[in-house]
Design a protein around this ligand. Structure first.
Ligand SMILES: [Zn+2]
Length: 130
């Protein structure tokens, strides 16, 4: 804070000293240069904050989007009520049922299956004589 005041004062004095070459009164220039610097700093800070706010919001939106991808509807292990659960693969997952308030654990079992092909409907029609 003290450092920025010193820098502002130094710049003001420097500008004012330079402007005395053009017969402009020293103290008028000091005041003028100080006001311009303060105004410029405020405008800079304002835009910077606005920019940061927009960036923060973009990051939040992305986070929510990522979370949304990893949510699923699961039945409670006690009362079978459907709950929306955030699925995480990096830690054990459990959830408290919104209905009965009991905690169910989620076990993720990844398995493979043969990829199915759509049934050939034309062949079905021939076989059934349609
Ligand atoms: Zn339940």
């Amino acid at each position: 804070m003290l450092k920025s005041i010193a820098i502002t004062a130094a710049v003001s004095v420097g500008v004012a000293a330079f402007l005395t070459n053009f017969n402009i009164v020293f103290w008028t220039s000091v005041v003028f240069a100080t006001i311009i610097q303060v105004a410029a700093w405020n405008i800079f800070t304002y835009y910077n904050n606005a920019k940061l706010a927009v960036e923060a919001r973009t990051i939040d939106d992305k986070l929510i989007e990522e979370l949304g991808k990893q949510q699923t509807q699961l039945p409670c292990a006690y009362c079978d009520a459907t709950n929306t659960v955030d699925i995480r693969l990096d830690q054990p997952v459990d959830f408290e049922c919104t209905d009965c308030k009991k905690t169910s654990a989620v076990y993720i079992d990844i398995e493979t299956a043969q990829k199915t092909e759509p049934i050939n409907t034309q062949l079905q029609e021939i076989l059934h004589g349609e």
